[in-house]
Design a protein around this ligand. Structure first.
Ligand code: NAI
Length: 713
């Protein structure tokens, strides 16, 4: 809806009303068309102000309407009518003007913004482009380089930056509506010719081709196969080279292609998945969100290694006080320096003061006695963690939450060491903890809903995407990684190289192929786990262990001191910094290994690499759903897109399985199971079979089938 009122008699005030962000639904668009017409027809009205209710101008298109037939007037002619008006129309921007909201503001003759407002054209993040003239009007205002940056990244900018880029005309520290009304009165009789952005030429630098070639190279490199950023560049090229009306046609055509593409569907699915995951549920659909989080103000982190440092930074940046404990003096000193550095850099980027004062350091575990919540991040060693949990249970005040950052140890076992198992949950951060968005909140069999709610709420405060998952070996993310990694090793044995496997995965869209990722997180991490499982036999090369196919390649590398980036050698070599270079030593090592085992290297095509790596990972995802470790496919997909570099434009592993076709995934798994009968992971999961037997329903219907499965159990 849009409300019409009159201020100071000569100004019509149009207020968009569609909580929470005044999105441009069909009813809102109809309201704008009607009220603008009314204002223009009224001879007493000399100028018009458009604003949004509750301090928010407009959050853009109403994505709840995506996928349903359009109702109400289309956006483009509506904005054209505003721009063509013979009375000045002023946008009063408070809160946000995003997407269609900013495009609406660009159709107005003037824009006045409240200093705290943010503007942006984030369509690209949903696999689309700003298709209500955004790609044609913005460059006419800001010039091409700024428009390319804003439209291809979708980033939101502050009102101050918007003023610098001429996107808004004035800022106010007070009410943008009051300022806009006053301003509207002052410009009532002025000519509007120069104010209609579409009639201005697009300012072009002399070497247009070079500018667009560079922009195209940049987006192709960073978008990892996503088509929307490329289409954005094409639309901006049209703005620079074609008359406005033809540019608009190009924008429309490009949008039509994007709109029906699988990528836009995947990105929009991922957007909604993120929201669904925040309203966490128990497997089977029961909601836990009735339980209120506990207030947390004082926290502690135990163990200031790689992870503990990042977690301390996250907590302090969220405004919580932190007692940071490290037993030994030298690592404590190093940690202090590292944490202060991270906080300073973060604060500089965000233009705030570093939260150094919120942290107190200690070598004594007793210092955590009065905190509300502890995150334990000591070595991944069950005995050590057990001991810490026993101590914490004695030291911490009653009611304090005890959280562990373990990558995969049994949360129930740790909980049983404390006298408050209901207050023990996993808070599994990802490295680097102050950068990575994902947080797996692991509930054990005795964790109280309140404890889970508190950890989820804390995650939100730290700007994380929290996903509540059940307790099992490796939880969701690392558990699915195991078969994926193992397939990578088998492929090397059969003739592939780390470069060929990684190249294929990166071309698919992964931020990093599996061998580069393994080098980054440390090949020794898995080695230690396998040692604990009794799988590693030093010096031995047998390729069957505990009755199953096994590749000792990772163990052999670790025995040679090749742990990955940290030792400068792993699956690749690293001479300078983080750049992975193919290593002739490794290629020779693989050839000799194959020769010793009588393996004949064969050419493995891209398709096989993808199918074996991805489908084994996906198959494990189905097992996780079947066991109720993840509540739904959305949870798994959010874990993978936010924590493991799975390309968002492919939705996530479970969504991708649906896109490929569940029957096809099943058929290929059956095929690989026949060729590799000793690989358990390739045995298709019962849930996948059931889904195929039920006609392969779309991903949002899977929960029903999973629920039925659980209720039968
Ligand atoms: P790290 O080896 O870098 O740090 C562990 C720290 O704990 C060391 O600084 C050590 O001095 C300290 N420590 C040991 N005993 C202690 C005690 N009794 N009291 C206080 N401090 C003590 O290990 P990292 O990589 O930070 O891992 C920590 C935990 O986080 C492990 O459980 C690991 O599995 C998990 N994790 C690690 C990830 C990674 O990528 N490194 C990712 C996610 C979780």
């Amino acid at each position: 809806m849009a409300q019409y009122s009159r201020v100071l008699d000569a100004v019509a005030l149009i207020t968009l009303q569609n909580p929470p962000v005044n999105a441009l639904s069909g009813r809102v668009r109809q309201g704008i068309v009607d009220t603008v017409q009314r204002a223009l027809a009224d001879p007493k009205v000399k100028s018009v102000v458009i604003c949004g209710q509750n301090g928010v101008f407009c959050g853009g298109a109403d994505i709840r309407e995506f996928g349903s037939p359009m109702t109400g007037p289309p956006l483009v002619p509506m904005i054209h009518a505003i721009e063509a008006a013979d009375k000045p129309v002023v946008a009063a921007i408070e809160g946000v003007a995003l997407g269609g909201g900013l495009e609406l503001a660009l159709g107005c003759h003037y824009r006045i913004a409240q200093a705290k407002a943010k503007v942006g054209l984030p369509e690209v993040t949903l696999g689309l482009l700003p298709a209500a003239g955004g790609t044609q009007r913005l460059p006419r205002l800001t010039g091409l380089p700024a428009a390319l940056d804003l439209i291809t990244t979708g980033r939101h900018i502050t009102a101050a930056e918007a003023l610098e880029l001429s996107i808004v005309d004035r800022l106010t520290d007070h009410s943008a509506v009051d300022a806009a009304v006053k301003f509207a009165v002052s410009v009532a009789d002025q000519s509007l010719d120069a104010r209609r952005i579409s009639s201005r030429p697009c300012p072009c630098p002399p070497d247009l081709d070079a500018l667009f070639e560079a922009a195209m190279r940049k987006v192709r490199h960073s978008s990892r196969g996503a088509t929307a950023p490329v289409a954005c560049v094409q639309a901006l090229r049209a703005a620079a080279t074609l008359p406005y009306s033809q540019g608009m046609q190009r924008e429309k055509d490009l949008m039509a292609t994007l709109f029906t593409s699988g990528q836009a569907r995947a990105l929009q699915y991922n957007f909604f998945a993120q929201r669904a995951v925040a309203r966490w549920r128990l497997p089977g659909g029961a909601r836990w969100d009735g339980s209120k989080p506990r207030p947390i103000s004082k926290t502690a982190v135990i163990g200031l290694g790689t992870m503990g440092r990042g977690i301390t930074v996250c907590l302090a940046q969220a405004g919580l006080s932190v007692v940071a404990v490290e037993v030994q003096e030298k690592p404590l000193k190093e940690a202090k320096q590292a944490i202060s550095g991270m906080l300073r850099r973060g604060a500089k980027r965000r233009g705030v003061a570093p939260a150094l004062d919120l942290i107190t350091y200690s070598q004594n575990l007793r210092a955590v006695a009065d905190v509300d919540l502890v995150v334990e991040a000591v070595f991944e060693d069950l005995d050590l963690k057990t001991q810490i949990f026993q101590q914490l249970s004695n030291i911490c005040k009653p009611g304090a939450l005890l959280c562990t950052n373990t990558s995969g140890l049994n949360v129930d076992l740790l909980a049983s060491q404390s006298r408050r198992p209901e207050l023990v949950v996993g808070m599994h951060f990802f490295a680097p903890a102050h950068v990575m968005k994902l947080l797996e909140v692991v509930y054990g069999s005795r964790s109280s809903p309140e404890a889970v709610a508190t950890a989820m709420d804390l995650g939100k405060k730290m700007g994380k995407v929290g996903v509540a998952v059940g307790n099992c070996r490796g939880f969701v993310g690392n558990r699915m990684l195991k078969p994926y990694m193992e397939q990578g090793l088998f492929l090397l044995e059969e003739g592939a190289t780390p470069e060929s496997v990684d190249g294929t995965l990166e071309e698919f869209g992964f931020a990093m192929g599996l061998f580069r990722m393994s080098d980054l997180s440390g090949i020794d991490v898995g080695w230690k786990v396998r040692k604990g499982d009794g799988l590693v036999q030093p010096g031995a090369e047998s390729r069957v262990r505990q009755g199953r196919r096994y590749s000792p390649l990772g163990d052999l590398l670790c025995e040679r001191g090749r742990f990955g980036q940290k030792t400068g050698r792993g699956w690749y070599q690293y001479d300078k910094g983080h750049e992975a270079r193919p290593d002739p030593w490794l290629h020779r090592f693989l050839e000799e290994y194959r020769a010793r085992h009588g393996l004949v290297a064969r050419r493995i095509d891209r398709q096989e690499v993808l199918e074996r790596c991805l489908y084994s990972l996906i198959n494990e995802g189905f097992r996780i759903l079947e066991e109720g470790i993840a509540a739904g496919p959305e949870d798994i997909d959010v874990v993978y897109t936010f924590g493991y570099g799975w390309p968002k434009h492919r939705g996530g592993p479970m969504f991708y399985a649906g896109m490929v076709g569940l029957a096809k995934v099943l058929e290929r798994l059956e095929h690989y199971q026949q060729t590799h009968p000793d690989v358990l992971y390739m045995q298709p999961c019962g849930l996948l079979r059931r889904l195929v037997a039920s006609g392969s329903p779309p991903v949002h219907k899977w929960r029903e089938i999973i629920k039925n499965t659980h209720s039968k159990i």
